[in-house]
Design a protein around this ligand. Structure first.
Ligand code: EPU
Length: 419
């Protein structure tokens, strides 16, 4: 079992080139199923979730793999030889659910089981299923197996989401691009990754308008083709490295990022006392003075403060002077990193969806297990600011979303290694 060994207390410096976005790459890889041709995707992170998506594509009869040693993935979906996905592959990640919309859109048939993913509390897929049913899919659910049919092509529909779910919005888009007629998604999620998926699909010949707003219109087309596309930068990975710098102190330049996608997070870092300048695709970030507590942070859908940034921003606030409060509104069980932070002597009280962080002058290195992807990143950020050595185990969670986290941080001056 691999772990990260971190000797805290080293300031960070230098330039960090931000990886491509996990949460944009994964639905786009599923979308490649719809193209029926060759898709060349640049800027895909080398993370385990991307390898899981490749395994699913290969299982379905596509060719999928990194092209050489860089970050370009090539997918050929001329032939689809299966329309089921094994339980083992479905469980590897939550994003396996995107193959539901993509497969039923391409083949009119799909047999899958419930997706896996980080345990952040209940993660139902009722909204995905009800939207697809509205588009004409017949879906039978038995013992965790979903058997889905469309009589010919799906048809467009007007879908009002009760909550602007990211995955549901993406799955509807995937199912709608090859459906007959017009699909309108009301109360759609507005996350930047939705626009990236729409841009990719439009480049493949789809006709999608309004992505990035809460009303998305998809005019179904008969056929798509492959294309070459560059995936957007990962705003959450970028924020993670900023939080590590805020926690450990130092000055970094985050490059190849899109600061306009990150305003709510950057505002919180500024409140903490960090200095943030943005210019083009770069963020100049310095944390040279003691951090201050911030106003209550309520996780929200975009453009609010993202739930994915809650754990590592909390880690940075453990040593901030004063009291900070988080209200986690998106997932029921997303404070599992608190246990590890407390092992490092953080003073945190959790009551339901609220966490209260009382800043302490020092954290101390400890052994802690990553409870999930972002929680694991939070423990790394805290360990970088702690006195002494920390051992972070269960790092397969961290590898789901961060490409070579230890190499990135070591290149910025952290004392971190994988064992
Ligand atoms: N929900 C339902 N029913 C559904 C779908 C969602 O009740 O059918 C609920 C969820 O249980 C949750 C809320 O709606 O309470 C939000 O879920 P959403 O569907 O928006 O999230 P998701 O698509 O499962 C994506 C990201 C997550 C990120 C959330 C919120 C991907 C692959 N995953 O998940 O990313 O936290 O949106 O922004 O895009 C991560 O990267 O670590 C991660 C968990």
């Amino acid at each position: 079992m691999q772990k990260l060994i971190i000797n805290g207390g080293k300031r960070l410096g230098g330039e960090i080139a931000v990886q491509g976005s996990k949460n944009a790459t994964l639905p786009i890889m599923a979308a490649a199923v719809l193209c029926g041709g060759e898709t060349v995707l640049h800027n895909c992170p080398r993370i385990s979730d991307v390898y899981s998506a490749m395994k699913i594509l290969t299982y379905l009869g596509c060719k999928a793999g990194f092209d050489g040693s860089g970050n370009t993935v090539v997918i050929s979906s001329e032939t689809i030889s299966a329309n089921d996905i094994s339980d083992e592959l479905m469980r590897e990640m939550r994003s396996s659910i995107f193959f539901l919309g993509a497969l039923i859109g391409r083949t009119g048939r799909c047999r899958i089981t419930l997706p896996g993913g980080c345990d952040l509390g209940p993660r139902p897929i009722d909204m995905h299923l009800s939207a697809l049913r509205k588009m004409g899919a017949v879906i039978r659910e038995e013992y965790g197996v979903l058997d889905c049919f469309a009589d010919g092509r799906l048809h467009g529909a007007k879908i009002n989401l009760s909550f602007p779910s990211v995955g549901t919005t993406e799955n509807i888009m995937l199912a709608a691009v090859l459906a007959k007629g017009v699909t309108v998604i009301q109360n759609a999620a507005r996350e930047p990754e939705i626009s990236d998926l729409a841009d990719f699909l439009n480049k493949c010949g789809a006709d999608i308008h309004g992505a990035g707003s809460s009303r998305i219109t998809v005019n179904g087309t008969e056929k798509l083709h492959g294309c070459e596309y560059t995936v957007m930068p990962d705003r959450i990975a970028c924020a993670t490295y900023l939080a590590c710098t805020a926690a450990a102190g130092g000055e970094i330049i985050a490059s190849r990022c899109r600061p306009s996608d990150m305003e709510s997070i950057l505002g919180v870092f500024e409140q903490m006392g960090c200095i943030v300048h943005t210019h083009g695709e770069k963020i100049y970030f310095s944390a040279n003075s003691p951090l201050r507590a911030v106003d209550p942070i309520r996780t929200m859908v975009y453009p609010g403060f993202p739930t994915d940034a809650q754990a590592f921003v909390m880690a940075a606030l453990c040593k901030a002077k004063g009291t900070s409060v988080f209200v986690e509104n998106i997932f029921e069980n997303r404070y599992k990193h608190v246990d590890g932070l407390k092992r490092m002597s953080a003073d945190i009280l959790v009551e339901g969806k609220v966490a209260v962080i009382e800043g302490v002058p020092r954290l101390y290195g400890a052994k802690a297990a990553a409870p999930d992807l972002r929680g694991g990143a939070g423990l790394v950020a805290a360990a970088l600011s702690a006195e002494g050595t920390s051992e972070i185990s269960n790092i397969h969670y961290i590898d789901r979303g961060y490409e070579d986290i230890e190499k990135v941080l070591a290149s910025a001056g952290a004392d971190i290694k994988r064992e």
